[in-house]
Design a protein around this ligand. Structure first.
Ligand SMILES: Cc1cc2nc3c(=O)[nH]c(=O)nc-3n(C[C@H](O)[C@H](O)[C@H](O)COP(=O)(O)O)c2cc1C
Length: 224
């Protein structure tokens, strides 16, 4: 009985102390799972589930502050990504994190040439990656869509929990793979033979907080 109680206590401490929060100091006995100094949000202490919170608050962000994301945060996001499950643990992905503003600018020039009226159409246009300062480019082997999706959502939720915004982008992949002048970008990413670029995550500090788009709960049925 005592053992059960202690196990329960330990589990509830872990649940309450999901520390990817808002930067506030931890209170009481709240400790990060890895023992580091906590940056728990207030909710850490009132029991709100931080994973649910991140899921429900994540939105696709298409306006970003002019501020690159710190390397350590990008590394943490990717680490969370590759801890996603994959069929038979094949991990059929390759990931390239673009921190080079020069590379983004170079390929963006190609995009602007191909779309000369882009600024008229979209006055807030900064770059073809929904204006994000950093990119996480994901390539996969054939038929790896499910695994790649799980990888991506892990990364988007990790980013959300770190106060960052993301947008999963398929549109630019189409442009990059079908435009001769943009080939240098994919070549620079240097994916292995057999891997194709599948999506790009735009990542940055959000400069908007859009409302959730409606979800169709009618698609869910509980069979009891
Ligand atoms: C596979 C995939 C491709 C997407 N491609 C684009 C894109 O090219 N451009 C864009 O602005 N948003 C893109 N999105 C974002 C979706 O439009 C967005 O997730 C959807 O409207 C739901 O909104 P939410 O993410 O804010 O909940 C993509 C999302 C996914 C999952």
């Amino acid at each position: 009985m005592k053992k059960l109680f202690l196990l329960g206590l330990a589990l509830s401490t872990l649940l309450l102390c999901n520390c990817a929060g808002s930067g506030e100091k931890c209170q009481g006995n709240c400790k990060c799972q890895n023992g580091e100094n906590c940056q728990c949000s207030q909710q850490c202490n009132n029991g709100e589930n931080q994973v649910v919170k991140a899921i429900m608050e994540r939105r696709s962000i298409r306006k970003y502050l002019d501020k690159p994301v710190e390397h350590e945060k990008l590394a943490q996001i990717v680490k969370c990504g590759i801890n996603a499950p994959s069929g038979m643990n094949k991990q059929p992905w390759e990931i390239r994190v673009v921190e080079s503003q020069e590379l983004i600018n170079q390929v963006n020039e190609v995009y602007k040439k191909a779309n000369p009226d882009i600024l008229e159409k979209d006055p807030s246009f900064k770059n073809m990656f929904r204006n994000a300062p950093n990119l996480i480019c994901v390539a996969g082997e054939q038929n790896s869509g499910l695994d790649l999706g799980l990888l991506g959502e892990n990364m988007m939720l990790a980013a959300q929990s770190l106060g960052l915004g993301t947008c999963c982008l398929g549109g630019p992949v189409h442009f990059l793979t079908n435009t001769e002048e943009a080939r240098f970008f994919i070549e620079k990413l240097g994916f292995s033979e057999g891997y194709s670029l599948m999506y790009i995550l735009a990542v940055g500090y959000p400069d908007e907080s859009p409302d959730a788009k409606p979800r169709d709960e009618g698609k869910v049925k509980f069979i009891q």
